[in-house]
Design a protein. Structure first.
Length: 450
């Protein structure tokens, strides 16, 4: 792991300084990357690319080879971590189906995006200016009308915005080198025709048992991803699946207010808040475990307790394979159930001691849009969470906990307010969000009338 990530860091250092002119330090970093993949089918192409880039003579295909090597190393790290998780949990994992290449399309736009990304690599983060960062705008505008290119267009748009916010690069002391390296390599690989082919999809009929919701908030967008166990109606083995919904939002809508934006698009959120299962009929399910949610194919089912599902169904559930381009340590989010642990607090840091091993608790990921708090986690005796890899170690992100209140065992869910709530704090937060949206609509109406 350390050697693989060190080779990734070597390329990131080269991208920070730029590859327009030969430099001994950059040549050494590129050689380290080439050595790391010397025993793979990429060996010859990456060795040539490293040599050309070190001499300042790399073409777009050479930069594509460097991006492929970086992605392969992080994919190997992801696979090693996933194997450790499977060994610890006793979980079996499905195998990826080989996707058939589709129609080659809009090659000119893909080539334009690749040219911009190549210019970034030659200039480096230290050489950034607003002209270079803004050069992605017309490419993004041309891509957005085509649904097949929106994934790449969205990535380029966000990446360019981050770069523009750090201009000029010469005035910056530090850069998010790993993050920008990830975005650069992912975008460059997506410029290959066929790289963003839709995942294989099959109809899924059966019962869905929600475990918890992972909420992501940004100033202008929010996303909820529900992790669940799917029990096929044909009696097949249960499977771990996800269902997600995203929505744009004004930056004044925060905390519990975001559920108002997401709730109308995903009835599963209400089922989670009410403690219900969902009955699915021919719901599209990708090979990677993502449900392509269609409200017409789902209806509320019987009561279903998340912790009962975690104790009974989760241990036997098969995990989905990770799509090739998504193999990255940062993507790990494995549902796990823990109980019988000791809780240790060190300042603001919590940790569980499980079977003699210490596991850090990532309380920073607990959303403000629910009743779950670090204090509830500290007082808990059982935890449903996502096992992640961050900063060189595994951490657990709590989704729900069982704790004792007045000698009664109660469940506290991070997504308890997702479907609506009578909780006083939740009601106040939703009212504040409703008031903010009302004011914004009134102002927008005045502007439109003018």
């Amino acid at each position: 792991m350390d050697e693989a990530l060190a080779a990734v860091d070597a390329l990131d250092r080269a991208l920070t300084g730029g590859l327009l002119r030969p430099q001994p330090a950059r040549a050494a970093d590129l050689a380290e990357l080439a050595r790391a993949v010397a025993g793979t089918p990429l060996a010859d192409r990456v060795a040539e690319a490293a040599e050309k880039a070190a001499a300042g003579a790399a073409s777009e295909d050479h930069f594509l080879a460097l991006a492929a090597a970086r992605t392969a190393l992080l994919g190997a790290a992801h696979d090693a971590l996933t194997a450790r998780v499977d060994e610890a949990t006793g979980r079996t994992r499905g195998e990826s189906a080989v996707a058939e290449p589709g129609e080659q399309r809009t090659v000119n736009l893909l080539l334009a995006a690749r040219t911009w990304l190549t210019d970034l690599a030659r200039t480096g983060w230290q050489g950034l200016d607003h002209e270079l960062a803004g050069a992605a705008a017309p490419i993004v505008s041309a891509m957005l009308p085509d649904p097949a290119l929106r994934r790449l267009a969205t990535l380029l748009d966000g990446f360019a915005a981050e770069l523009a916010a750090s201009c000029p690069g010469a005035g910056q002391e530090r850069f998010p080198a790993r993050r920008w390296g990830d975005l650069w390599a992912r975008a460059l690989l997506l410029t290959r025709p066929g790289a963003a082919e839709p995942a294989a999809v099959a109809p899924a009929t059966g019962r869905l048992l929600p475990l918890g919701v992972d909420l992501h908030e940004h100033a202008t967008a929010a996303q909820a991803q529900v992790h669940a166990v799917f029990e096929p109606a044909d009696g097949g083995p249960p499977r771990l699946v996800r269902a997600g919904v995203s929505a744009p939002k004004p930056d004044t809508v925060v905390a519990a207010g975001v559920w108002q934006l997401l709730r109308p698009h995903l009835s599963l959120l209400a089922a989670l808040g009410e403690g219900r299962a969902m009955d699915l009929t021919d719901m599209p399910l990708t090979d990677g475990g993502d449900l392509l949610w269609d409200e017409e194919r789902a209806r509320p089912g019987d009561s279903a307790d998340a912790f009962a599902a975690a104790r009974v169904a989760l241990p036997t559930a098969t995990a989905p394979p990770t799509p090739p381009l998504d193999r990255h340590p940062a993507r790990l989010a494995e549902p796990v159930f823990l109980e019988g642990y000791d809780v240790r607090r060190d300042g603001d840091t919590l940790a569980f001691t499980v079977a003699g091993r210490t596991l850090a608790v990532d309380t920073d990921r607990i959303p403000a849009a629910g009743p779950l708090t670090p204090e509830a986690v500290e007082a808990s005796g059982a935890c449903l969470g996502l096992l992640r890899w961050d900063d060189g170690r595994f951490r657990v992100q709590p989704l729900a906990v069982e704790t004792t209140v007045r000698r009664k065992t109660v469940t506290v869910q991070a997504g308890a307010w997702a479907g609506g709530t009578a909780d006083k704090a939740g009601v106040r937060a939703e009212k504040a969000a409703t008031d903010a949206v009302t004011v914004l609509r009134e102002r927008a109406g005045r502007l439109l009338r003018k």
